[in-house]
Design a protein around this ligand. Structure first.
Ligand code: ADP
Length: 555
């Protein structure tokens, strides 16, 4: 406003040399407008356009209109222009208060307000909407003396509405706080309420002081009014804080990013009120540097977050697998351990009741053999479970004092021979071949026996009788001894091969063919071989066969 005979300057504000404008205006209006628009659109799009985000965006747009109108009032040199923008400013300022009530109510209730509330809003604002276009509100404005002829009644009504909305906000905050049982949500209500009122109350008080001074006959002191808009920063700060701390609007963003953006805006804002061109150049360069490094920092924060997220996903995956393992264990305990016990108990109960004596010798033998076999099976499963449990608690280590020299060809040959009777029974051909002269390694004999025993046992389990073939082949290589156990059995589905050495893991086709497995054998094999500084791997083709390889370092 060009009051009290100040020089008139109508060039656009930023480039204006108008010394009469209060310096604070550049700071209170322009960055605040950019920042609020940025926040409004950011929240709107990031929140997936939820109602709360929509209201916030409308608030930011209305706020921008108010700020622009106010700036125009400050630089206008024609009284008609001032009158027009003054009315616009007034209408939107009242509307803003109601929008804040709307925002806060949706924030607390987590749903849209009722049509009754909307009607009340509308009816309360209606008188102002009707009166504003007429010259009844602001009849006259003298740009030279700043003398405004505002209608006292309408001005008072405006203040009345502002006070009503603030009381409304207070009531909403108190009732919302009392009803809410969640402590975190209670905190959010207080913070949000404070953010809104740190803006609305000073704005009301400063506006009132400026207007009151006019009415009391003193000189108009409009220069106070821009300070009221500094409260926008509080409000933006609170919303950003709620987003960072509580993921309000469902937005995930890092505090570092908010601080960097705020820093860029604050540095950039200086461009608007620094007048000297050398200073402007320095500020412009600082601004560009801030943006550049800020951007780099934001990128690194993002990368770090992505890394953390990936890590978390990995840990989650491990936990999921662990959970699966637990269920598998329960499955084994309930199924595989119970079945043999049922058979053993059945046979013993026959003995106890004496009924077994009524059976033929052949039948008696069959029952007792079956109980014996189930007992052995039980022992085997329990041994596997105990071994696996021990390996889970403690890494398998081959202590120096426990190792002995072992001729691996002889050990493997012995185990192959142990399976001769199985080969005859199932009519699966079993062969052993070796290539090389020295197969000496160092290790724990019993544990290595367990390794090849398990692999051969599997080969028999997963190969069909009659035309099955199992070839065991041991070769001496430069630094290692390589043993392969090849069968022409059911094979392993390609996707499942990588998981075979996990505890309890059983491939889908194996589960169908042989229901009694524990999925622990290969895990134990893998741990033992690794403990001997060797390696295990597998090649397989579904329905065609599988080859397991074990390599162990030569002595
Ligand atoms: P189990 O045999 O008790 O299920 P293992 O740990 O010994 O447990 O084997 C894990 C899984 O590896 C088996 O369930 C099976 O799916 C697969 N597997 C192991 N050896 C063979 C093989 N020779 N042919 C096909 N699949 C095999």
């Amino acid at each position: 406003m060009y009051c009290s005979g100040y020089q008139v300057d109508t060039t656009f504000l930023i480039f204006s040399s108008a010394e009469f404008l209060p310096r604070i205006l550049y700071y209170s209006h322009i960055p605040a407008m950019f920042l609020s628009l940025f926040m409004g659109f950011f929240v709107y799009f990031k929140s997936g356009k939820v109602l709360l985000g929509k209201i916030l965006l409308i608030i930011c747009l209305v706020l921008s209109i108010i700020l622009i109108a106010d700036l125009i009032i400050w630089v206008a040199n024609k009284s008609e222009m001032v009158i027009f923008f003054w009315a616009l400013f007034y209408l939107f300022s009242i509307g803003l208060n109601f929008l804040f009530v709307y925002l806060f109510k949706v924030f607390i209730k987590k749903k849209d307000i009722s049509s009754r509330d909307k009607l009340i809003f509308f009816l309360l604002i209606l008188p102002i909407v009707i009166v504003l276009p007429t010259n009844y509100y602001l009849q006259f404005f003298d740009v030279q003396t700043c003398n405004a002829h505002e209608n006292g009644f309408i001005v008072s009504y405006g203040y009345f509405l502002s006070i009503i909305t603030i009381i409304w906000l207070i009531i909403l905050a108190i009732t919302g706080y009392k009803k809410e049982s969640d402590l975190i949500l209670k905190k959010q209500i207080i913070i949000f309420f404070s953010g809104i009122n740190l803006f609305l109350i000073p704005l009301l008080l400063l506006g009132f002081t400026a207007t009151y001074l006019v009415y009391s006959g003193s000189e108009a002191n409009y220069t106070l009014e821009p300070y009221g808009y500094l409260g926008i920063y509080f409000f933006i700060g609170v919303v950003m804080y709620l987003i960072v701390k509580y993921k309000l609007f469902g937005i995930k963003i890092h505090e570092g990013q908010v601080i960097i953006i705020a820093l860029c805006v604050l540095v950039g804002a200086q461009l608007f009120y620094i007048k000297q061109s050398t200073d402007q150049i320095i500020i412009a360069i600082t601004f560009l540097i801030t943006i550049f490094f800020g951007w780099q920092l934001i990128r690194s924060i993002r990368k770090e977050e992505q890394r953390k997220r990936r890590k978390l996903e990995q840990v989650n995956e491990e936990l999921r697998k662990l959970d699966e393992t637990k269920s598998e264990f329960i499955n084994i305990a309930s199924h595989q351990l119970r079945t043999p016990i049922t058979v053993i108990r059945g046979v013993i109960s026959l003995m106890k009741s004496g009924k077994i004596d009524q059976l033929s010798e052949e039948e008696k033998k069959q029952f007792i053999t079956s109980a014996w076999e189930k007992g052995c099976k039980l022992e085997e499963i329990i041994k596997d479970i105990l071994n696996a449990a021990a390996l889970t608690n403690k890494k398998y280590i081959v202590a120096r004092e426990m190792v002995e020299d072992i001729a691996l060809d002889r050990l493997v040959f012995q185990i192959v021979n142990d399976f001769r009777s199985e080969s005859e029974r199932t009519e699966i051909k079993l062969s052993f071949k070796k290539e090389g002269t020295s197969f000496l390694i160092q290790g724990i004999r019993e544990d290595l026996r367990e390794v090849f025993n398990n692999l051969l046992d599997n080969a028999f389990k997963y190969t069909f009788p009659l035309n099955g073939v199992i070839d065991v082949y041991i070769q001496e290589k430069e630094n290692i001894i390589l043993v392969s156990i090849k069968d022409n059995g059911i094979g392993i589905p390609e996707k499942e091969v990588t998981r075979l050495f996990e505890k309890f893991y059983r491939a889908s086709n194996a589960k169908k063919m042989y229901t009694d497995g524990s999925g622990l054998g290969l895990f134990i094999v893998h741990e033992i071989v690794e403990g001997h500084k060797g390696e295990t791997w597998v090649k397989s083709q579904l329905d065609h066969g599988t080859t397991f390889f074990v390599s162990l370092p030569k002595r």
